[in-house]
Design a protein around this ligand. Sequence first.
Ligand code: ATP
Ligand code: MG
Length: 557
Amino acid sequence: MSTEKGPNFLEEIVAEDVKSGKHGGRVLTRFPPEPNGYLHIGHSKSICLNFGLAEQFNGKTNLRFDDTNPETEETEYVESIKEDIRWLGFEWANEFYASDYFPQLYDFAVSLIKKGLAYVDDSSADEIASMKGTPTEPGRNSPFRDRSIDENLNLFDRMRKGEFEEGSRVLRAKIDMASPNMHMRDPIMYRIKHAHHHRTGDKWCIYPMYDFAHGQSDSIEKITHSVCTLEFEVHRPLYEWFIEKLEIFPSKQYEFARLNLNYTVMSKRKLLQLVNEKHVSGWDDPRMPTISGLRRRGYTPASIRNFAERVGVARRENIIDVGLLEFCIREDLNKIALRRMVVLDPLKLVITNYPEGKTEMLPAENNPEAEDKGGEREIPFSRELWIEREDFMENPGKKYFRLGPGLKVRLKHAYIISCDSFEKDEHGKVTQVNCTYIPESKSGHDTSGINVKGTMHWVSIPQAVPCEVRLYDRLFRVEDPASAEGDFKDHLNPENLTVVKQAMAEPSLLNTSAGDKFQFIRKGYFCTDKDSSEGKPVFNRTVTLKDTWAKIAGKDS
Ligand code: ATP
Ligand code: MG
């Protein structure tokens, strides 16, 4: 799959502006999260785009917290957002807060009132809605629309001083109640909220609306290219109206299609519900599409940036297959993950002709895909081993290349063994497999001349490290949970987590650090979870080995 594409439409616009010397060839973008939740994979698209555009054109990017809704915003979210952006590999030029602009935004509002372009409306929210009209019918002017400038100045000042109750008055722009664009029908600029703000405390009791904060903040920072998602396209005339009437720096807004992923919900409000209602363990639950969830799941920054690149930048909404994201992480982990042997469903195997009490240390390369093979480790081999229960069959068919009575396989990094017999308990469950090994078949020194089709992973019993392994599946069982019938939570996949309490790992996995990445041979890619404790590691499955995306895309990598 090629990542070489021509420039996208935003790159073309910026290149043209730089060439024509607009703003002296200066490029300044911004990433403007609202600190009301953790960032998700959709945001990473916007981050890669904004920071990427700036990097490409020797520009800079501001991080601006769009914190104008006091009730839902928290400092915890601010911290997590900063951590996630840095983790993705980007550094902002300035850290700004829309709330820092409250005094300036207030002055802007006053200047619009003085120009006769804004008025205080005493109508209730319901009355304002009923006068709004519909997309096909014009709205009606508010009875308060023609207040004098002095009265408006007086009332707005008193709104700020806290003299009025929440919902009793708003400040509106005086534009056109008959505009075909509903956003131009005297949009609300300020509302009263007697709420505590995470940064400004109780200093303010009026707060600007998105439309009166965003563009003005862009302008205050002299942002050259303000990139946002397509749903803001209809807001653009208003964005431009405010800037024009205020005669401030002419930032320009450009829209692109938001990232949608199947089997995923991507709205902070919905993700917050999953957290609050304990469908997941937290914002960083490895099943979550949050950046912190993906990080804990074992995703790398490179894989996410690569994913954003492959998805591309479009002006048309579409839904991306989550298989593409998995493809990107597999591709990266294949290069960097250390190969290890872990048995998830242990069955005891005894090599009857191997000396009791003997332990042999066998060399094993860490990563055949890495340049120096990732170096080597040694793994103990002994008479008693754990193998995967599914690797043994009592009555194997002709096409079965693993273990069964009379069959031979190679134990990875070790010897060829031949199965002689097995034992069962009173329920008919196989409890032990007995084999003999062929001493001259040792890996790397094989003189046996025997060819076998199957190779199996194993773990030496005396040195085995018991561990917990968490296997994740899709969080939802339908492609588009947000628009499926009923509540989106009705569509949670009940099997989105399987916990293997007692898997058996090779001893090199005893002391690893949270985030360390491995390929458990034949089982998938895994990483160490932060829930690990002394002597009891916990691993998350990042992704299976099977590449379903390659099939979808008709590729064979
Ligand atoms: P959500 O609906 O998930 O709460 P939001 O758009 O309200 O998202 P913001 O914090 O306002 O979240 O978003 C910050 C930036 O990230 C905005 O510029 C927004 O357009 C962009 N963004 C949010 N979701 C996506 C997405 N799915 N794809 C691309 N960009 C996104
Ligand atoms: Mg938002």
